[in-house]
Design a protein around this ligand. Structure first.
Ligand code: PGA
Length: 249
């Protein structure tokens, strides 16, 4: 059985007071042991979030990190710094990082390596733009994002990897991939992991879908056999919506 996961990517939202408020509201809910629930607040709130969740099974993830261990990289945060405040999971390659901060597959490969070296779990994000899909290039593009950014890792490292397929055209737009489109892509992703590594790894890795997942569409998307959960943006900022998505399995 693959691990089911719902992760909330808060992006650049929630100051410390709002972080406590949202976490308090989330903590009021009974969680199903079968589902890993994570939240990814901004860097400034990671340590506080971890402390606030000390008596909860909700995990705290970072939204990004630098690939170097330390040094003259003004404004950046390293894997060991995240570890030092108890954060063991990091989102890498989110489409907003790729688009606004020019992160490409080669850079992301280094970030993945740094995460693994620091014994962190990486949620590796990827997905096509609308133009790629319209021109029928989406499968090739996703394959390239995986091969160039991730497939340098050793077989044994896959237990520290979560995949997140997020079609760019569905992020924050209110437009979701149909459950069938998500399933088609997730099955394709599993196929290329199997080809490059093994069937066993392909069958074990959790693949999340992200892009306008809401309480009203989550169960249909999560119901597809190769969809193991979601990476949630906007709807993760409201405790009720986020918990409705967590409970949509
Ligand atoms: P969204 O964002 O749910 O607001 O579309 C998803 C994401 O960017 O991870």
């Amino acid at each position: 059985m693959r691990q089911k996961i719902v992760a909330g990517n808060w992006k650049m939202n929630c100051d410390i007071a709002q972080t406590y408020e949202l976490l308090d509201a989330l903590k009021e809910n009974e969680l199903n042991d079968d589902i890993v629930v994570m939240v990814a607040p901004p860097f400034t709130n990671l340590q506080s979030a971890n402390q606030a969740l000390i008596d909860s099974t909700i995990l705290v993830a970072a939204q990004n990190m630098h690939q170097s261990a330390n040094g003259a990289f003004t404004g950046e945060v390293s894997a060991s710094m995240l570890r030092s405040v108890g954060v063991e999971t990091v989102i890498l390659g989110h489409s907003e990082r790729r688009a606004y901060f020019y992160e490409d597959n080669a850079l992301l490969a280094k970030k993945v390596t740094a995460a693994l070296e620091n014994k962190m779990t990486a949620i590796y994000c990827f997905g096509e733009e609308l133009e790629d899909r319209k021109t029928g290039k989406h499968l090739d593009l996703v394959e390239r994002q995986l091969k160039e950014g991730l497939f340098h890792i050793a077989i044994g490292d896959w237990k520290q990897i979560i995949l997140a397929y997020e079609p760019v055209w569905a992020i924050g737009t209110g437009e979701t991939a149909s459950p069938e489109q998500a399933q088609e892509m997730h099955a394709f992703i599993r196929k290329i992991v199997a080809k490059s590594y093994s069937e066993e790894i392909a069958n074990k890795v959790s693949i999340l879908y992200g892009g306008s997942v809401k309480p009203n569409n989550a169960s249909e998307i999560f119901g597809k056999p190769d969809v193991d959960g979601g990476l949630i943006g906007g709807a993760a900022l409201d405790a009720e919506s986020f918990m409705a998505i967590v409970n949509a399995f």
